[in-house]
Design a protein. Structure first.
Length: 570
């Protein structure tokens, strides 16, 4: 016991040295006037929290949920639960530390520090009358050490023992880890009125974040659409910081507002799925989920752009996820989606900061939809998909094979609809960090366009690939893809299209479900298909159509019309 008491006193002293804390100041201000106590969303959330109070917490229930319900009702049982859960977190951490181990908050390079310390901070602040002085000492020591360790990875320690870690994401405002670290620090700084941590955020981390997003015109994430969902954390932090300090980081640049338009266009016409760009680690299938709804609710609540606010309402009221499916997300449904607004007018959208283009033949559910990629390849969760296209019409016509894998993290060029370059039997990888580019011309009504991408940079100067340019023409439910390239004598270029159903090949024509593919050039092309299930256990279904025989160019037409030649090709 004496050893434990000495450890606790030492940790508390270390915390005081790390950051000045004003224990009596209330700092987490979140304007909850948007909550409608008569709404179905409120009833669901309250029932969820009440079940936890009664000893039956659902999966993922958090102290923050209980603290919110106390804030909304003033009832003591909610704070009692929040304090109990927060104390349990600290007790478990102190036990691990006393045993010479890292606490859970340090796991996976501190990835969960954000939600874990948010629980602690919001309970500390909103339930302060229920937290005694001894608990504050323990909680403060633990939280201060965790946050200091995050931003000082080489000097990190627990209980006086060195526990250095990699520092992954601490200086990368594009990274989902960075957002968790910011969440932990922001909530704790506000709850404790820490002048040190608040200054660190305001003068260091927010400017870094704002400068990064200012260079992403068009919105979206360089990590793709899977990990791009981490922006829901950033947008919620914008709201917290605005309500607590008055500083509006959300509208310091156009990124948040642009992201409303980005996700509207990245969503397919049936409004139940989205463009599968980058790693899809939560689930390989790009189906809309609670996190997408939360991201748009947060964006809508923050944007100062009335047009984007209305667009967010249109999207929220039209997608397949009309309320949170999982109870641990019920709290986010308290945000209001707003009234249904007018159907969007623009059919084409380009987000140059992330290098992604979307277009569709209309806003009806049966429209044909296109995605095309040429831009920065700079993040670890991004894929080697520069030059890739995706087609959708009442289902996937041509799509990355990654969505049919178990892992959702197959990144290579072999799973994307690109030219695959093979040198001496080895596929040549695209390189990070590189930046390709595209130019776009709107050529007619109903989303018709042409785009040309210079994709040579994606290979980082590899001598095997001297040049690759891909041009596309989209319109009248048809996509024409034209490639021109120059490679070394020992390198082969293979045009490939990944499809979800087994194709039928007849000469230079292919049928894959409703998709019709015609190889227009070269005239001597050979077409084969690979069953992805033969490639390894991660591949569950899907086929890759391969076109060979090009000597500097390919021209391939994809459409759903039965008449492959009505445009004059032979």
């Amino acid at each position: 016991m004496a050893l434990w008491n000495r450890y606790s006193r030492a940790l508390a002293a270390a915390a005081v040295a790390l950051s000045p804390v004003a224990a009596g100041a209330e700092g987490i201000t979140i304007d909850l006037s948007y909550v409608n106590p008569q709404s179905a969303a409120y009833t669901r959330f309250k029932s969820y929290v009440d079940a936890a109070v009664n000893g039956h917490p659902a999966y993922g229930f958090a102290a923050t949920d209980a603290a919110y319900m106390h804030r909304l009702t003033g009832q003591a049982q909610y704070c009692n639960l929040a304090v109990q859960m927060s104390q349990a977190q600290v007790n478990a951490a102190n036990t691990a530390i006393a045993n010479g181990q890292r606490p859970e908050v340090a796991g996976d390079s501190y990835l969960q520090a954000g939600p874990m310390l948010m629980d602690l901070a919001i309970t500390w602040d909103w339930c302060r009358a229920y937290v005694n002085d001894a608990q504050r000492t323990q909680w403060g020591a633990y939280a201060e050490q965790a946050i200091w360790n995050i931003w000082n990875p080489s000097q990190a320690q627990w209980g006086g023992r060195a526990f250095a870690w990699s520092g992954w994401g601490t200086n990368d405002p594009a990274n989902n880890y960075f957002y968790s670290f910011l969440q932990a620090t922001m909530y704790w700084s506000l709850a404790t009125n820490s002048t040190t941590w608040k200054a660190w955020i305001q003068n260091n981390k927010l400017p870094t974040l704002e400068a990064y997003f200012a260079n992403l015109p068009g919105g979206g994430s360089q990590e793709g659409t899977g990990y791009g969902l981490s922006h829901r954390t950033v947008f919620a932090l914008y709201r917290l910081w605005r309500d607590s300090t008055g500083a509006d980081a959300a509208n310091a640049n156009s990124h948040l507002s642009d992201t409303v338009a980005y996700w509207t266009h990245a969503t397919v016409p049936t409004r139940d799925r989205y463009a599968p760009i980058g790693d899809q680690a939560r689930t390989s299938q790009p189906e809309l989920y609670d996190y997408h709804r939360q991201l748009m609710l947060e964006a809508r609540s923050n944007t100062a752009n009335a047009e984007m606010r209305n667009l967010a309402s249109w999207w929220l009221n039209g997608i397949s996820v009309q309320q949170m499916a999982n109870s641990f997300n019920y709290r986010h449904d308290l945000l209001q989606p707003g009234a249904t607004s007018s159907t969007p007018s623009n059919l084409t959208y380009h987000a140059p900061g992330v290098g992604q283009l979307f277009s569709r033949s209309g806003w009806d559910a049966g429209a044909m939809w296109l995605s095309f990629i040429a831009g920065p390849y700079v993040q670890s969760h991004a894929h080697q998909d520069q030059g890739a296209f995706t087609l959708y019409e009442n289902g996937w016509l041509a799509v990355t094979e990654n969505i049919w894998t178990s892992s959702g993290i197959q990144q290579g060029t072999d799973v994307h609809n690109v030219l695959r370059f093979v040198r001496n039997g080895t596929t040549i990888a695209q390189r990070e960090p590189t930046t390709s580019n595209m130019t776009i011309t709107q050529t007619g009504a109903n989303g018709a366009l042409s785009a040309t991408a210079n994709l040579t940079p994606a290979y980082g100067g590899n001598s095997a690939i001297q040049s690759w340019q891909r041009s596309i023409e989209f319109g009248a439910r048809r996509l024409l893809v034209q490639d021109s390239y120059a490679v070394s004598a020992d390198t082969q270029a293979i045009f490939q299209v990944n499809v979800p159903v087994q194709p039928t090949i007849s000469g230079r024509s292919v049928t894959a479900g409703r998709l019709k593919i015609n190889v227009l050039q070269p005239a001597n092309a050979t077409v084969t298909a690979v069953d992805w299930r033969t490639a390894g256990s991660d591949f569950r279904s899907g086929w890759r159509i391969e076109v060979r025989g090009g000597s500097g160019s390919y021209v391939v037409e994809l459409k759903t019309s039965e008449d492959l030649f009505k445009n004059g090709f032979d």
